[in-house]
Ligand binder design. Structure first.
Ligand code: PEP
Ligand code: MN
Length: 342
């Protein structure tokens, strides 16, 4: 439930409510808003204390949140959240944020060349995996720490903030020391100890939808991160598994406006994994922008047919540039700017 404070509630009154919630053995999450502060406390036990809390000085009302996800819901926060990745804003009508780069960091040359090419074409964030989740134990699983060093080098060379995946709670600290945003991949969307660990550190988190996860499950996973105190979560639709075999996944376009309706968190679209075919990436990217996505995640490789992972869905530099050239028309049709190319 939400304990909504009066507009003129003093800091002492707010602190006293937080303290009382703590004394009841519950956890209190202060949610400062533009006009008033609310304090969230969730879980079945909280409701028993609604009357007690409502009578404390400075409290305006108690609002029961009906959705199973709380902190990620529009009921708790009506206005869109902007997540800043090393200063690059994502969400809330900010310019469309395009993050691009290879599936995996493979070599220094491949990494730096791709970072420079995507920056020149207008990407504002660089992505690439140093730790790769892999269906087969025999496929490439990433360079690990040396991949992180290459990503840091790419940031130094281009100024683009880095988004990279973390696979386990024990790697969070190391990955966060290089990354500007931690990615939790589809296969780990319900790795609850990883969600907790990412919630306990300060870098923003890009949370990808599991391939068999509902929209509600995605929002509940986001809730884990928010409940640990990290408010900077970006949701990502990356396609779900269906009976269709021509594509790797079925990009769920519904999820974009649905997530925007249910949640205040920014929503990104990943048409690379969402289709699995390079020639479907641009049309589905444009559709996602038209549907209201706050940004895109696009895989780009200098030579997709030599890529160690996800080559078939990766765009060449040329094709990425062509996609970027098409975005402003669609974005402006729905009143959204595109971040300017460097
Ligand atoms: C990726 O972004 O390269 C990746 C592995 O994505 P997903 O977790 O969506 O499969
Ligand atoms: Mn990939």
């Amino acid at each position: 439930m939400l304990i909504v404070m009066k507009r003129d509630a003093s800091k002492a009154e707010i602190d006293a409510v937080v303290e009382r919630i703590g004394a009841l053995g519950l956890s209190a999450i202060p949610l400062p808003g533009a006009e008033r502060t609310a304090i969230g406390t969730f879980g079945v036990a909280a409701r028993e204390y609604a009357d007690q809390l409502e009578s404390l000085p400075g409290v305006a009302e108690i609002v029961l949140v009906s959705r199973p996800f709380k902190l990620s819901s529009r009921e708790v926060r009506a206005e869109d959240t902007v997540v800043r990745i090393a200063g690059v804003p994502v969400g809330a009508g900010q310019p469309l944020a395009v993050m691009a780069g290879p599936c995996s960091v493979e070599t220094r040359e491949q990494t730096l060349a791709t970072a420079k090419a995507v920056r020149a074409a207008g990407a504002v964030l660089f992505r690439g995996g140093a730790y790769k989740p892999s269906t087969s134990p025999y496929s490439f699983r990433g360079l690990g720490p040396s991949g992180l060093e290459l990503l840091s080098e790419a940031r130094a060379a281009t100024g683009l903030p880095i988004v990279t995946e973390v696979l386990t709670p024990t790697d969070v600290e190391l990955v966060a020391s290089h990354a500007d945003c931690l990615q939790i991949g589809a296969r780990n969307m319900q790795n609850f100890s990883l969600l907790d660990a990412c919630g306990e550190q300060a870098k923003p988190v890009l949370l990808k939808r599991g391939m068999a996860a509902t929209v509600e499950e995605l929002l509940l996973s986001a809730e884990y991160i928010l409940a640990k105190g990290n408010p900077n979560v970006i949701l990502c639709e990356r396609g779900i598994r269906t009976f269709e075999k021509y594509t790797r996944n079925t990009f769920d376009i519904n999820a974009i406006p649905l997530l925007k309706k249910l949640s205040h968190l920014p929503v990104l679209a990943d048409p690379s994994h969402g289709t699995g075919k390079w020639y479907l990436v641009a049309p589905v990217a444009l559709a996602a922008v038209a549907a209201g996505a706050d940004g895109l995640l696009i895989e780009v490789h200098p030579s997709p047919d030599h890529a160690l992972k996800d080559g078939f869905q990766s765009l060449t530099f040329d094709n990425f540039e062509k996609l970027m050239a098409m975005l402003p028309a669609i974005a402006s049709a729905i009143g959204r700017p595109v971040a300017a190319a460097a």
